[in-house]
Design a protein around this ligand. Structure first.
Ligand code: BF8
Length: 627
């Protein structure tokens, strides 16, 4: 067992944190300490700011209106969940509009890269009659956008993707949703003053938002991005701040929708293709946009949400261009220490002090070139004496495990029955179970401690681990995404399975954990689980699987959690959301939900206790299935 104190943190991040401190750049870690210290003294766990009778701060019994502490806490949780769901629905809306424009022929920078996936979505959504791919694209886009806005009727995407048993259960429990936007509006409505004052009703409302997040946000995003930018295939890239090359012009693409990043990568390739242009442009990814372009374009990955200021602190970044979500506004302060330009591009996501160049899909190529020119022109402003990149090799990472890629690889093991190849190994115990470890990283404890130690424990115990989101960053810094034929730290029987899959596919090895993509690609996880449940002819909640978000921080993680539990998955979170002051709310989330959905939340910060619990749950499910 490794304690927090003994955990060897990524030395690159550690070195850059010290450098940032010396330069007077305050990073997320400093700001966390400052704010956390304050919030400990005044835990706003039951504070209601809804109406002007209040604010009712740190409520002990009831607010001025008589609302109990439990209701206030449930209401606040619905509010956070709605914010999270709105982020993914916003993503769905933006990418739906891009697909529509491509179909109509107005967004010529993009094309339909995966007609097969388009056709699958087209038929899956129940559409018919279109003759060309472009017509199909318009219809798929319209269906997805209609899912976002319809006042009545279930979203087509939910009908298409969720298993029949779940749909029936959700209908019985009264949480089958209509359009994503009306659902978010009703969630806001129910928490207005004098509205919903029933804890269970409020929390079931949060479950609805979980479905909104998935079927009106994550699924549309993954599906359309695959159609427009290709279905990810196995890819090898390099990770960590050390991919920043002091000899080149460095551009970071940051955010969540890979539409702008695609244009930037294209413009950089164009620039680099001209032998007269020197130095070359080095485009690097950050946060989920970074994951999207690493999965599909093999772009190296510079860092996660916690490393934004540190990347700038190298002094070697000419341009950071962001789209939406997870951008720390503090990057502008960090950039002010150097020549670095920060450019925002979405009208809903501006930062004071940054340059705003609004993204326009009709001019995507032009904007991509404009941004690259901006970076090239800014290079002469770089002060080489202020450049510092720690002297470590970047890490190797294999990614690209889309559902399609997983199925293709398994098909080589068991031709004609790829899911059977997985199921056979689950049944015979070579794979003890599957854990989806997802979400963010937090400045709460040693960088990556919880995630990395949890992953190590799981793979050691033959649990197959699939990853999405920033947790993959720290996993890669500890070589858990590096294919190594000796499978270090992987349980013997799991290593044998991985080796067999690798051999069947002509690969030297698979990485210890499989990276499935950005946070919206959690939808891929459901695809895999649905396929396994169908093959075994059981419900998802019967499968030996678990989910974990050991270090979640974003609001988006909350609806994802509600969706996972509504699917019937035992879902670990590393920190209590702001609900600890209500025993009733905590009990409902960590206990009562199991009665309703077969899944529940489990809260634990310690990675070893978490791993033990996950293994226990998986073993219990195995016993119940008689395997
Ligand atoms: O959606 S894992 S910090 S980057 S929220 Fe954000 Fe969390 Fe990273 Fe992407 Ni996801």
């Amino acid at each position: 067992m490794i304690t927090k104190e003994k955990f060897v943190v990524d030395p690159v991040t550690d070195e850059m944190r010290k450098r940032a401190r010396k330069l007077g750049i305050r990073t997320v870690w400093e700001r966390f300490k400052e704010n956390h210290a304050r919030s400990k003294d005044a835990p706003f766990q039951a504070t209601c700011m809804t109406c002007q009778q209040g604010p009712c701060v740190d409520v002990k019994r009831t607010g001025v209106c008589g609302m109990s502490k439990d209701i206030i806490i449930a209401k606040n949780l619905v509010s956070e969940t709605a914010i999270g769901a709105s982020a993914h629905v916003g993503h769905g809306k933006r990418i739906g509009n891009i697909l529509r424009g491509v179909g109509e022929g107005s967004f010529t920078a993009y094309s339909i890269k995966e007609p097969e996936k388009l056709d699958m979505a087209y038929k899956g959504l129940g559409l018919s009659g279109a003759e060309t791919d472009r017509e199909k694209a318009v219809e798929v886009a319209d269906a997805v956008l209609d899912d976002l806005s319809k006042l009545t009727g279930v979203p087509r995407m939910l009908v298409y993707r969720a298993l029949a048993e779940r749909k029936k259960l959700w209908e019985e429990k009264g949480i089958l949703i209509s359009g994503g936007c009306p659902e978010i509006m009703e969630a806001m409505n129910r928490i207005a003053m004098g509205m919903d004052a029933d804890m269970e009703n409020l929390l079931m409302g949060a479950c609805r938002l979980g479905l909104v997040d998935s079927y009106c946000g994550m699924y549309p995003a993954t599906t359309i991005q695959d159609i427009l930018f290709s279905v990810p295939k196995l890819v090898q890239i390099k990770t960590n701040l050390t991919v920043i090359n002091p000899e080149e012009i460095n551009v970071i693409v940051h955010g969540h929708i890979p539409v702008l990043a695609d244009a930037v990568v294209g413009a950089a390739e164009e620039y680099n293709a001209d032998p007269a242009n020197s130095p070359k442009v080095n485009v690097l990814g950050m946060c989920c946009t970074g994951m999207e372009v690493l999965m599909r374009k093999g772009v190296d990955y510079a860092g996660d949400i916690l490393q934004q200021e540190l990347a700038i602190a190298t002094g070697a970044i000419e341009l950071v261009v962001v789209d939406i979500q997870c951008t720390q506004p503090a990057i502008v302060d960090a950039a002010n220490h150097f020549h670095t330009e920060v450019v925002t591009t979405d009208p809903m996501s501006k930062i004071e002090g940054a340059t705003h160049i609004e993204f326009d899909a009709e001019r995507a190529d032009e904007i991509g070139r404009e941004l690259i020119t901006m970076a090239v022109d800014n290079y002469i402003n770089r002060d080489q004496t202020k450049v510092y990149v720690p002297n470590y090799e970047p890490h190797d990472m294999m990614g690209g495990f889309s559902t399609e890629q997983i199925i293709e690889a398994l098909d080589k093991v068991k031709p004609g029955d790829p899911v059977g190849a997985l199921v056979d190994n689950i049944k015979n115990g070579n794979i003890r179970g599957v854990a989806a470890v997802i979400g963010c990283v937090t400045p709460r404890d040693e960088y990556g401690y919880r995630t990395v130690e949890l992953l190590r424990e799981l793979i050691k115990n033959d649990i197959m681990v699939i990853l999405t989101g920033c947790v993959a960053t720290v996993a890669s810094y500890h070589d858990l995404l590096k294919p190594d034929p000796s499978y270090p730290g992987v349980g013997e029987s799991l290593a044998d399975v991985m080796d067999a899959i690798a051999t069947a596919n002509g690969l030297e090895a698979l990485p210890p954990c499989l990276f499935m993509g950005a946070c919206v690609d959690n939808s891929r996880i459901e695809e895999v689980l649905n396929a396994v449940a169908n093959h075994l002819n059981v419900r998802i909640d019967q499968l030996p699987v678990a989910a974990s978000a050991p270090e979640y921080i974003a609001e988006k993680a909350i609806p994802i959690g509600f969706w996972a539990v509504s699917l019937g998955i035992f879902t670990h979170i590393g920190d209590q959301p702001n609900v600890a002051a209500s025993k009733r709310v905590v009990k409902w989330l960590t206990d009562d939900m199991e009665e309703i959905f077969g899944g529940k939340f489990y809260v634990e910060a310690d990675p070893y206790k978490t791993a033990k619990k996950i293994i226990e749950v998986i073993d219990e499910k195995r016993r119940a299935l008689g395997i």
